[in-house]
Design a protein around this ligand. Structure first.
Ligand code: UD1
Ligand code: UDP
Length: 375
């Protein structure tokens, strides 16, 4: 059999983290020619991840420009990949999840007669506008994809309901678990002095992240104002917020979170210290998708600062709770976990609904099998 030419395409931090173990697995296989193209929808936050996993891009569209619109991102990728596909002619591209890179790369592959493998397929919030634009990015990518790698059975059911043929769906678990397993260490020591100085036994450390587009504006004001209240009314609480590079996020953070000795605002952390910080924290407040998958397997309760989730598995298991974006709700639920040990103990269970850490292997086996059957 000729080698299958697989081009993995990604552009943002979370895609890179979750595609890294898959790229490493593709590189190992003799019957695969593995190529990597980054759109660089993110730049610094993407490069950090590439360095950690020692992955080099064969192609780099380098599209990032500060504060660019969704239309700019989408059209640059569509044009850039159109040219690249004509030159390189991959048999199949692998895309991940729900970003603008994911959707534009899939559409470009479709226009150029190239197959699409969708990793982390089938998650649905059911609300077109939330997460925005990710719910639609992921659904449309599902429509364009030829093979769907679904993390859970629930994700498979979502796809089947939309008319996708079951024979083209494989349940694999989530590659986030593959990545996590490779970097979390007991007795981890941070290189960041500010983190090493924290007394994780004396202080209840809340790790905060927030960046979602639908939260920019009033919801994010509510979130940061709630966090300020939580710190001020609980002397044993310390908040760490590695701030997303989006200037819109930073402007709101600066309004509510500056000048408090128990609020630590830092640059985005590299992946390894970040997940080790999850492991050492008391509680996570986040609107991130990926962190909803990582924290449960590290036994950390998560309050999700959103009104919906496309990841119901950990909510059902009890370690993740949706609290929404109303200030009073966030303060009440956080205070409950800070002050009530039973409530905390109930949520602080290590739960991992996202597979056995071998998702990358199943995905690569799956694509090889697909080509055996379809050639
Ligand atoms: C994107 C994804 C979102 C994902 C998030 C992960 C879309 C539509 N959204 O949102 O699904 O959850 O990434 O973080 O694809 N910036 C930098 N350097 C970087 C990264 C970002 O300066 O390395 C700044 C830029 O000003 C950029 C802004 O952040 O314009 C927003 O980045 P963008 O990729 O447009 O959207 P995210 O909100 O990061
Ligand atoms: N992450 C990181 N450094 C940080 C914040 C997050 O490495 O300072 C990692 C985190 O472990 C997770 C991913 O980035 O794997 C989540 O990215 P983000 O929240 O930006 O995007 P989402 O998952 O919401 O798409």
């Amino acid at each position: 059999m000729n080698k299958i030419k697989v081009m993995s395409i990604f552009g943002t931090r979370p895609e890179a983290i979750k595609m890294a173990p898959l790229v490493l697995e593709l590189n190992k296989r003799e019957n695969i020619e593995s190529l990597v193209c980054v759109t660089a929808q993110h730049r610094e936050m993407l490069d950090q991840v590439m360095d950690i996993f020692k992955i080099e891009a064969d192609y780099d569209l380098n599209i990032m420009k500060k504060g660019q619109t969704l239309s700019e991102i989408t059209s640059k990728i569509l044009l850039g990949l159109g040219d690249l596909f004509k030159e390189v002619k991959p048999d199949i591209i692998f895309v991940h999840g729900d970003t603008s890179t994911t959707f534009s790369a899939s559409l470009s592959a479709f226009y150029n007669g190239i197959k699409v493998g969708h990793v982390e397929a089938g998650l649905r919030s059911g609300d077109k506008n939330s997460p925005f634009p990710e719910e639609i990015n992921r659904s449309l990518t599902g429509r364009l994809a030829d093979i769907h790698f679904a993390p859970t059975k629930g994700n498979v059911n979502n796809l089947v309901k939309e008319g996708i043929d079951k024979k083209n769906i494989l349940v694999t678990g989530n590659t986030v678990i593959d990545a996590l397993k490779s970097v979390v260490k007991e007795n981890y020591i941070f290189e960041e002095k500010v983190l090493n100085n924290i007394d994780f036994k004396q202080k209840k450390v809340i790790l905060l992240t927030s960046h979602r587009r639908e939260n920019l504006g009033r919801p994010m004001e509510n979130i940061f104002s709630a966090v300020r209240d939580i710190v001020e009314s609980n002397e044993d609480v310390l908040v760490v917020f590695p701030m997303h590079l989006n200037p819109k996020v930073r402007a709101i953070a600066n309004k509510y979170l500056l000048n408090h000795e128990r609020i630590i605002l830092i640059e985005p952390l590299e992946y390894t210290p970040f997940v080790n910080l999850i492991a050492k924290s008391y509680l996570i407040l986040t609107d991130s998708g990926g962190i909803q998958e990582e924290a449960p397997s590290l036994g950390k309760p998560v309050l999700v600062l959103r009104t919906e989730t496309e990841r119901p598995e950990a909510v059902e298991a009890g370690t993740v709770k949706m609290v929404g974006v109303i200030k009073e709700d966030i303060v009440r639920e956080a205070n409950r976990l800070i002050r009530d040990e039973d409530e905390y103990g109930f949520m602080a269970n290590a739960v991992n609904p996202y597979g056995d850490g071998k998702a990358s292997k199943y995905i690569v086996d799956g694509v090889i099998e697909y080509y055996k059957l379809n050639n």
